[in-house]
Design a protein around this ligand. Structure first.
Ligand code: HSE
Length: 298
């Protein structure tokens, strides 16, 4: 039987002003094994029963690659070992889609490049800011032009520490996109465009002052804060603990802090213990590999 095992990193998308564009891969992983079966069954393990069907995102990624390659459907066994929390703004959906797609590619001779995998998978997800870092690793900026996703990998200061505050509740991306306005004031668009541009340089050099003023947003975060209980309190606390910059991770509800202080996450953990919700404080290294093959196709 042909089988492959892949590891796909978590991602934090948007990074404040880089809405639907910037994203960074973080060292928290889903591992997916895909095996071609000799019959036409679909067998899925490692996820709730309601996702053990064709709607499973890893299966959708897998099927999308077969379709792109013009190959017929085939029986498939998928085993998922997920570390990335679901519906928390850490790219769990993107990791499944990208993992399934990459597995299909590898099991059929790897004809697609990573850029092509991004393009195929973006047709499922619709916004490439989680998919691109999951596939390539590191910090990426992406756009969609005439339905096709394009991405560029960006330099990233190694001193920066990425600390996620992950709450004990979920928020669906659908709900978090549902509160966004259809149009924004011109001044808010300028506010974000200038900050997104400066942020790319600030993340490369790690300049504290630039990070503080560039990692701010008026396109999505002001509308989403109301969906995240205690977000204001966690932000105030994170800034008191010395966060250089703070934003919602992806569509939320996870909140992300940047710092270069090794004591920051310990202080934030102690202070967040007083909140009503449980906030798990995770300092995560940047993943620079993206999708990694753990076990080659047999
Ligand atoms: N850029 C997306 C959003 C990330 O914020 O809605 C979630 O997929």
């Amino acid at each position: 039987m042909k089988k492959v095992t892949l590891r796909i990193p978590a991602t934090t998308a948007n990074l404040g002003p880089g809405f639907d564009s910037l994203g960074c891969a973080l060292a928290l992983y889903n591992t997916i094994t895909c095996e071609i079966l000799p019959d036409d069954r679909l067998v899925i393990a490692g996820c709730p029963k309601e996702y053990q069907n064709e709607q499973n995102l890893a299966v959708q990624g897998y099927r999308a690659v077969l379709d792109r390659l013009g190959l017929p459907r085939e029986g498939l066994a998928v085993t998922i070992a997920a570390e990335i929390p679901v519906c928390r703004g850490l790219g769990s959906s993107a990791a499944l889609i990208a993992g399934g797609a990459a597995a299909a590619n590898l099991l059929h001779g790897a004809p697609l490049s990573r850029a092509e995998l991004l393009d195929v998978t973006n047709a499922i997800e619709g916004h490439p800011d989680n998919l691109a870092p999951a596939i390539f690793g590191g910090l990426t900026a992406s756009l969609v032009e005439e339905g096709h996703a394009h991405t560029v990998q960006l330099p990233l200061c190694q001193r920066l520490r990425w600390v996620a505050a992950v709450p004990d509740f979920e928020l669906s991306t659908h709900a978090a996109r549902g509160v966004l306005p259809a149009a924004v004031p011109f001044a808010d668009a300028v506010y974000n465009a200038s900050r997104a541009a400066v942020l790319v340089g600030a993340l490369a050099c790690g300049d504290h002052d630039l990070l503080r003023c560039a990692l701010r947003d008026r396109l999505h975060q002001p509308y989403r804060y109301a969906l995240i209980p205690e977000a204001d309190a966690v932000e105030t606390t994170a800034r008191e603990c010395g966060a250089l910059a703070f934003c919602i991770s992806g569509a939320g509800p996870t909140l992300l802090c940047l710092t270069d202080d090794p004591g920051f996450s310990g202080r934030l953990t102690e202070r967040c213990a007083a909140f009503c919700h449980h906030w798990q404080i995770l300092e995560l290294a940047v993943d620079r590999q993206g999708i990694t093959v753990m076990e080659q196709p047999e």
